[in-house]
Design a binder for this molecule. Structure first.
Ligand SMILES: Nc1ncnc2c1ncn2[C@@H]1O[C@H](COP(=O)(O)OP(=O)(O)OP(=O)(O)O)[C@@H](O)[C@H]1O
Length: 591
């Protein structure tokens, strides 16, 4: 975008000032009326004269950034120019619902309904995923920068501190509102995408509880609380799943926080995503390789020729996005947008369908080509087991388990006493069978999401990866039908492998090319840590369930829930299956 000089066209004259709606750190916000369009806009007037060169560059950057953004959940940029008095004027759409900060204050302590929170969270994630996909950090995500339309739809605004990242660049300047400061900023670790996720977690926490997650009377106390990542509880009115989603964004270690795209693939949010099924796919997240280093990923406005190449074949793995008829223009950059994925082509089925049904954006089962004896190829659902290399094809097991886990989720929802609007309930029911089971898989089976790098270690070594870091567990609980070849991860073996590689390298027994494998091993370990964190969260949800059962004196059910944690300790997967069966029995008896 080029900033138009006021000499060429005095733009302010196109507008009539209605009122001053506020004053920000760098200037004023005016509500204006476009004289010809007869439409309201907001003009942000930022004084440049008294500011430093650095600040001027920031202002120009904000204008350029905003001009290039095009997402339904981001405040729409209209125009910008420089005034004679050296102030910069930026015209954006007017959000009649005001900002989230004011909205929270207006409620006077009444909590927003769960489905509203989920809708807002989904829209914010879509906005953030769009920014991150285009290598833009927001850097100042807070409730007063989250705007609302008249219909209470989200519009994320104020990119005054946003910074367009170059390929490996991570911003290192300390910015942001103290309450929302993330632990890595306090530790002087560069601000990255996961820091925005932290801020979103803070916003969602505040929207849910009407209080910032970390509060203290002085800075030292605040820093202490942030560093310990200890928040006050989220109201019990909200479901354990929603609370868990919010808390996952507030994990101290940025590596353990999910990305916006990962959160958007959470089955609990799929009904909300389905509501935007008429949106262009460019606004939806795509399946991505797991990122473990807080770095930019996936589709980008500026194409790097190397980024879209398939790791093994070196072939282009970019997907040209189609323009969908009836969908509003998606802007000049997005029209040219190519989506690159590490894993290759993006199947169309990952996008929500036009009829409102949604294919989950992420799936813990996949389809495998099965060569038949007559030479034809059949497709079989492959259940990902805990083994990296031995994925057991088990159609019936998948179905049984999915049904069981669906029931478990039903029970969890029942006990949580969730209340949802009737329309939403209907939509949720439609989605549930496919999604809730995926949620359980997300909790229990996520370690299947092993990066291509991890597979490469095995390939490179010509040995199954299971030999490196898996340990077969005995079939401890026959009644739950755990498969014979089930494996569990043993993170100590991963460490050992990594250490072995380092030793071999030092002794000259390993080529420098294989050094990459060492790094891959540590990435794998990071992934395993994430899985542990997710398990901890899942356990927390179970404890909440137990507390509720206890409160309602449903002792028999409580005993059923707690049985797997007794003397015969079993793996969490077995526990879940056992638990599901137990809950099913309880349900049968109570029916
Ligand atoms: N597009 C918009 N639609 C409606 N209200 C807006 C819009 N942009 C800003 N406002 C309102 O104008 C006021 C000033 O906003 P501004 O973004 O300039 O500063 P701020 O967010 O309050 O502070 P900071 O400069 O620290 O971000 C706020 O009350 C905000 O709600």
């Amino acid at each position: 975008m080029e900033i138009v000089n006021s000499e060429a066209k005095p733009k302010m004259e196109d507008y009539e000032v209605i009122e001053k709606i506020g004053r920000g750190a760098f200037g004023v916000a005016l509500l204006v009326h476009h004289k010809i369009e007869k439409k309201k806009y907001v003009v942000k007037k930022i004084r440049l004269a008294k500011q430093t060169d650095k600040f001027q560059r920031t202002a120009y950057r904000e204008m350029n950034l905003m001009a290039n953004l095009n997402n339904p959940y981001i405040v729409q940029y209209k125009d910008a120019w420089v005034e004679k008095d050296c102030s910069v004027c930026i015209v954006t759409s007017y959000c009649e619902g005001g900002d989230m900060d004011k909205m929270i204050k207006k409620t006077r302590g009444t909590y927003f309904p769960e489905n509203k929170l989920c809708k807002w969270m989904t829209q914010l994630l879509l906005a953030l995923d769009y920014l991150h996909s285009n290598r833009i950090l927001h850097r100042d995500l807070k409730c007063s920068n989250i705007f609302l339309t008249r219909d209470h739809e989200i519009r994320l605004g104020d990119f005054g501190l946003a910074k367009l990242l170059t390929k490996d660049d991570l911003a290192s300047s300390v910015v942001g509102t103290p309450n929302y400061m993330c632990p890595e900023l306090l530790a002087d670790i560069p601000y990255g995408y996961k820091s925005d996720i932290w801020s979103l977690g803070c916003c969602m926490f505040e929207i849910a509880t009407h209080q910032p997650p970390f509060r203290a009377s002085d800075m030292a106390g605040l820093v202490n609380k942030i560093n310990r990542s200890t928040t006050s509880p989220i109201p019990t009115a909200y479901s354990p799943t929603l609370k868990q989603l919010i808390r996952s964004m507030l994990r101290k270690n940025p590596e353990h926080r999910p990305t916006a795209a990962e959160l958007l693939r959470h089955p609990y949010l799929q009904p909300y995503i389905a509501q935007y099924s008429n949106l262009s796919p460019v606004f939806f997240p795509i399946k991505s390789a797991k990122i473990s280093n807080n770095k930019p990923i996936r589709h980008r406005l500026s194409a790097n020729p190397e980024q879209g190449k398939d790791r093994k074949s070196g072939k282009e793995s970019q997907v040209e996005l189609e323009h969908i008829p009836g969908v509003p223009s998606v802007g000049r950059n997005v029209n040219q947008l190519k989506v690159s994925t590490v894993t290759g082509k993006l199947p169309k089925s990952q996008y929500p369908k036009a009829n409102g049904e949604t294919k989950p954006l992420r799936c813990s089962s996949s389809f495998k080509k099965v060569p038949k004896t007559d030479g034809r190829v059949d497709f079989d659902c492959v259940k990902k087991t805990r083994s990296f290399n031995s994925r057991t094809s088990s159609r019936s097991t998948v179905t049984d388990q999915n049904e069981d886990t669906t029931e478990l989720a039903h029970m969890l929802k029942k006990v949580a006493g969730e209340s949802e609007a009737p329309g939403f309930q209907e939509q949720h029911r439609r989605m549930e069978r496919s999604n809730v089971s995926l949620y359980i898989n997300w909790l229990l089976e996520d370690e299947d999401e092993i990066s291509p790098e991890a597979t490469m270690i095995a390939e490179d070594k010509q040995e199954p990866l299971s030999k490196f870091c898996l340990q077969t567990i005995p079939k401890t609980c026959p009644e739950v039908g755990v498969q014979e070849n089930d494996h569990v991860y043993d993170s100590s073996r991963v460490t050992e492998t990594s250490d072995n590689c380092k030793r071999n390298l030092a002794a000259g027994e390993i080529s420098s090319a294989n050094w990459q494998n060492v790094l891959n091993c540590s990435n794998l370990r990071i992934q395993l840590d994430t899985v542990n964190q997710e398990r901890a969260d899942a356990l927390e949800s179970l404890l909440e369930l137990c507390a509720k059962l206890l409160k309602r004196e449903r002792i028999e059910e409580l005993a059923g829930v707690l049985k797997p944690f007794g003397e015969e300790a079993v793996s969490s997967r077995e526990t879940a299956i056992w638990l599901t069966k137990g809950l099913l029995n309880i349900q049968k008896h109570s029916a």
